[in-house]
Write a protein that binds this ligand. Structure first.
Ligand code: EPU
Length: 428
């Protein structure tokens, strides 16, 4: 087990290149199941979630060959079989095997997914969609069984705007007989990316990126080559780090339109942002002003940047209020930031951050992926050394974090934890 150490107080300067989008990658890989021949996906991020999904594809008979960050997936020998629970529980997105295997084989058995603990994360809307398409879904001994004689297109209204349910229903519907209409669909860029891959495979999908998606089922899907979009959340994390601890940072390989809600808030805070075609240049002001933020579905402010943004607000003058309307319980970073001297109150569903404060290095633990990012950014600004544990979460979603931050001038490294530290962590 390892921990990250950060010696704070160095200004970030230079250029960082953003990798492929985690939340696209985790759907694109299972989507390859639906094809009859080789699917090549370029630009996948170098994170553990991607390799876990690659292993799951191999578990069901696929061949996955890696050439750098390009995966060559041969789905021709895949079969529907129960997936190993240990791997399924490692990440939330293993639920995309439900839609993809149901769509290809008319059956799937899969344990309930794991992933970050952000409060309740039901999958009722996914199940509602599968059932509308004609699947029988049962929960037996902790696993979900999905079976259908034949999938038939249907009109499905999502009661909650859900990224996962929208993608999962698309996966199940692309080979169903007739037309499927998903109403109140999520509009995240990752949904467009998955629809683009499926369309290259021969699917007929219209409206991805709007709240009504229409799918005409096709009989066969073929292999194709696809390049993933850049990770807007990884980009947002470096943008926030640059605003918090930077001098002059260029964020490369981004789609600026995907980040508009974040950029708007940063401009309100006084941060200078130059927008290029695929680059952003971030320069913080002498003193940032506080803002209020409410997370919303895309194109609103992303819940995945709420925790890093909380860290940023500790450096702004006056009081900023954050409300996460997507995951109200995504708050486990707050006690850790308080250990570092942050002044944060939680009242009802509001996180109230007062600043500016000088953060102080401390031993803190990342309870989930984006909490990890929030704590690393705090460590960059803190006086003294910050130790961050819980790296298994950070490694699930941030590629080469140490290398990328170091290249920007941060003093950050990994160290093995001692046996005593491991037992203290396990007993805490
Ligand atoms: N919801 C339901 N029922 C459902 C599905 C969702 O009530 O059947 C609720 C959730 O509890 C939540 C809201 O709807 O309150 C939105 O959930 P959504 O389904 O959109 O989330 P998800 O698909 O499980 C993805 C990302 C998350 C990101 C959310 C919101 C992946 C693998 N995960 O999760 O990413 O926070 O969308 O944008 O795509 C992360 O990257 O750190 C992360 C957690």
């Amino acid at each position: 087990m390892q921990k990250i150490l950060i010696e704070g107080g160095r200004s970030l300067k230079g250029q960082v290149r953003i990798g492929g989008a985690k939340n696209s990658a985790v759907a694109l890989l299972p989507a390859a199941i639906l094809a009859d021949s080789d699917v090549v996906i370029e630009g996948l991020p170098n994170i553990s979630d991607v390799y876990t999904l690659g292993t799951l594809l191999e578990e069901i008979g696929g061949t996955v060959e890696w050439e750098g960050q390009t995966a060559h997936i041969d789905p021709s020998e895949m079969v529907s079989m129960p997936l190993p629970n240990g791997l399924v529980k490692k990440l939330r997105a293993s639920y995309y095997f439900m839609g993809a295997m149901l769509g290809k084989f008319n059956k799937a058995v899969i344990g309930l997914p794991g992933g970050c603990h952000l409060g309740p994360r039901p999958i009722d809307q996914h199940i509602k969609g599968f059932e509308a398409l004609g699947a029988k879904v049962t929960n037996e001994h902790g696993a979900v069984y999905l079976r259908a004689d034949e999938l038939k297109g249907a009109r499905i209204y999502l009661d909650v705007v859900s990224v996962g349910a929208t993608i999962n229903i698309m996966l199940a519907a692309v080979k169903a007989k007739g037309q499927t209409v998903i109403e109140n669909a999520a509009k995240e860029p990752e949904i467009i990316d998955v629809a683009t891959l499926l369309t290259s495979m021969g699917a007929n999908i219209k409206g991805a990126g709007t709240d009504v998606i229409r799918i005409e089922g096709v009989e066969k899907l073929k292999g194709c080559r696809h390049t993933i979009i850049p990770d807007r959340i990884e980009a947002g994390t470096y943008i926030i780090a640059a605003a918090a601890a930077g001098e002059d940072v260029i964020i490369d390989n981004v789609i600026p339109q995907h980040l508009e809600s974040l950029l708007a808030k940063l401009r309100e805070m006084g941060v200078s942002i130059e927008v290029g075609d695929e680059q952003l240049r971030i320069k913080p002001p002498e003193q940032m002003k506080s803002v209020d933020v409410k997370t919303l579905v895309y194109p609103g402010f992303p819940t995945d940047l709420q925790q890093p943004f909380t860290t940023l607000l500790t450096q702004a003058s006056n009081t900023g209020v954050i409300i996460d309307t997507i995951y109200a319980a995504r708050l486990k970073h707050i006690d850790e930031l308080r250990r570092m001297n942050a002044i944060i109150k939680v009242e009802g569903g509001s996180v109230i951050v007062s600043g500016p404060v000088q953060l102080e290095g401390a031993r803190v633990s990342a309870s989930d992926l984006r909490a990890g990012a929030a704590l690393v950014i705090a460590g960059l600004m803190a006086d003294g050394i910050t130790e961050v544990t819980g790296l298994e979460h950070i490694d699930r979603g941030y590629e080469k974090l140490i290398e990328k931050m170091s290249a920007l001038g941060a003093k950050i490294w990994r160290e093995d934890m001692t046996d005593q530290e491991i037992s203290q962590l396990q007993n805490s």
